[in-house]
Write a protein that binds this ligand. Structure first.
Ligand SMILES: [Zn+2]
Length: 244
């Protein structure tokens, strides 16, 4: 299976660091992410509420020649306050405006967010052979199913498809109708399982859901440690009587 190549282009200051090295080392048979060009200084926005319009972004971001998809990263509002705008020629712009705070508040990293969007775009590209522009047609559904194609009309809904996202049954059926590689869906399932919170935050979430059980386990653990230390001490006393 040939991976979809995504060229990541930073547009202006992102205000927060993005670990592009982590993204470019992400092992995948479905997509590869490489750092493309950067636009150091952005001109002022032309849209309402300091937003960047699609027309402005089209002028700003040229399609990369060495990649199937060009993904621009920006920290500014986009047209209609969307966080993702799909432009012609397989150019897409992802806004971290408000999204960075939403994602990090729920203890996800920006890299997890970018990867999740990367998989959404890669599946769309593999199924359609291109990225349809925003407003042309869309695969997204209003219902929130933890699916790559959840609409997320409320920006906060993104968190439901950041921890081990999936393809819902309807989207799977839609992909299967297209002439995609037979290995795509099993491989996608395998790779999406690797998109999750870090172990520390998974444990924190588990503790929040099971506070009583956590308390009981902590008490049992303390008791076991106490018992084990008593046994060790008794044995040590027998070996070295001067200890007692
Ligand atoms: Zn779906």
């Amino acid at each position: 299976m040939t991976p979809v190549r995504i060229s990541l282009v930073t547009l202006g200051s992102l205000k927060q660091p993005v670990d592009v090295r982590f993204l470019s080392h992400w092992g995948s048979e479905i997509l590869t992410i490489r750092h493309g060009d950067s636009v150091a200084h952005l001109q002022d926005s032309e849209g309402d509420e300091w937003s960047y319009t699609d027309r402005q972004l089209e002028r700003l971001l040229a399609p990369a020649t060495e990649a199937e998809i060009t993904l621009g990263l920006i920290n500014a509002p986009l047209e209609d306050n969307f966080y993702l705008r799909r432009l012609p020629k397989n150019v897409v712009v992802l806004s971290l405006h408000e999204m960075a705070e939403i994602v990090q508040y729920e203890n996800f990293s920006l890299e997890t967010f970018i990867l999740r969007i990367g998989y959404e775009l890669a599946v769309l590209f593999k199924a359609e052979g291109r990225i349809p522009a925003t407003g042309e047609y869309s695969w997204t559904h209003d219902d929130i199913r933890g699916c790559l194609f959840d609409m997320c009309s409320s920006k906060g809904d993104i968190v439901f498809s950041l921890h081990r996202p999936c393809l819902c049954d309807i989207c799977r059926a839609r992909v299967l109708q297209k002439c995609v590689d037979i290995k795509l869906l099993p491989q996608l399932h395998k790779e999406l399982r690797r998109i999750h919170k870090t172990l520390f935050y998974r444990l924190t979430d588990w503790i929040k859901i099971h506070p009583i059980l956590t308390l009981m386990l902590t008490t049992l653990l303390a008791f076991a440690v106490n018992l084990a230390s008593s046994v060790v001490f008794e044995k040590a006393k027998r070996a070295w009587p001067w200890l007692g």
